[in-house]
Ligand binder design. Structure first.
Ligand code: PMP
Length: 356
């Protein structure tokens, strides 16, 4: 979270804009929260340049719930093609099997999710109702630098992107997208809010078993207020959108993300102790997994590195449990200085031969 946002939220905690109550105490149908919601929608549309023919839905359940909600709404129970580039897209394909004929169109599993399968090799089916990709794989640190152009591949199906972990860090080319979803907790706000942006011609085809609260049409028709929305998380996300707009929007975030990521990748590549195994053309700007070589001490050195990092206030650097090692998640709110300090510590650790 950007520090300025946390400060505003703290200052407004007990009394929002002099109305005598905090956001958590407001009725979600009252005029105060209605004003917050309307501003949040309009700031988000401006921030991500979302065209008018896309609906913005503020939902709950996180990215994992969308793995079920999207097929319930868009698959018609028929074919859906998945491009598996890491753990998250794999999970999406497995969950979808419960609701539709999910098929893997391409996978980078044989390279331990270190390369991006070129779009020209994807085995897309003519009858697919949509094609699912995860545009940034948070665990493996693999990012699509551009979204695939399905139409140019001769595929008429809409593209669904799980952009949970890099949304608002780069512009989105909406002409290539049918639906985008993202859990809020990386770049948009606190956990508990899930963003769905869906092209309006894709509404109205949910399966009968789809719960009403997860039916995109119902949510859209009710302005994301079919049931009580996560009001405080929406308010916080709204503050983040205002902060992002003040910083210069997603273009400014992209410039910063490139600067932060280059700083860390250059340090990793120049080191003999640390390495990042991902192919250069699909290295993530947001999530950078890195490892200490076996010769330099492997797991034991990694533990020492983490202890020393914590002593220096460098937190949350442990790699995901499924891949181990280290990981720096450089989300929008991370100042450049956070990366400079990490790199300085890595260099110090290496100079001292792995003694924290
Ligand atoms: N997709 C991606 C790309 C993610 O990074 C995550 C969470 N790290 C998820 C889906 C799952 O999101 P949630 O925990 O909000 O269900």
């Amino acid at each position: 979270m950007p520090e300025a946002v946390l400060q505003t939220a703290a200052a407004e905690m007990l009394d929002w804009h002099g109305c005598g109550m905090g956001v958590m105490e407001m009725s979600h149908r009252g005029k105060e929260f209605s004003a917050i919601l309307a501003q949040t929608f309009s700031d988000l549309r401006q921030l991500l340049a979302i065209p008018e023919h896309f609906k913005i839905l503020l939902m709950q359940g996180g990215g994992l719930a969308e793995n079920a909600i999207v097929p319930l709404n868009l698959s018609n129970g028929g074919g859906v093609d998945f491009v598996v580039t890491g753990s998250w897209s794999h999970k999406s394909s497995q969950e979808a099997l419960r609701y539709c004929d999910a098929k893997i169109a391409a996978s980078n599993a044989s390279s331990q999710h270190r390369h991006m399968p070129p779009a020209s090799t994807w085995q897309l089916r003519e009858q697919a109702h949509y094609v699912h990709v995860c545009s940034n794989e948070t665990i493996h640190g693999v990012e699509m630098q551009t979204l695939p152009d399905l139409a140019a591949l001769g595929c008429k199906a809409p593209l669904v992107i799980d952009c949970s972990s890099h949304i608002a860090s780069r512009p989105i080319d909406w002409s290539k997208v049918g639906l985008a979803f993202a859990g809020a907790q990386k770049n948009l706000g606190p956990a508990g809010l899930t963003l769905v942006v869906v092209r309006e011609d894709l509404l109205g085809q949910a399966l009968a078993i789809c719960p009403s609260a997860f039916n995109f049409t119902t949510v859209s028709d009710n302005n994301s207020m079919f049931n009580t929305p996560p009001t405080y998380a929406i308010y916080m996300a709204g503050l983040v959108f205002q902060w992002l707009l003040q910083q210069g929007g997603v273009e400014a975030m992209q410039t910063l993300a490139i600067e932060r990521a280059n700083l860390l990748y250059n340090a990793i590549d120049a080191s003999e102790m640390f390495y990042n195994p991902v192919a250069h053309d699909c290295r993530s700007r947001m999530n950078i997994p890195f490892f200490i070589t076996q010769e330099a001490g492997g797991q034991a050195a990694t533990e020492r590195f983490l202890l020393g990092a914590a002593l220096r206030g460098l937190l949350q650097l442990k790699g995901h449990k499924s891949v181990g090692g280290l990981r720096a998640s450089l989300y929008n709110a991370m100042p450049l200085q956070g990366v400079t300090r990490l790199v300085a510590y890595m260099q110090e650790f290496e100079r001292q031969g792995g003694a924290a």
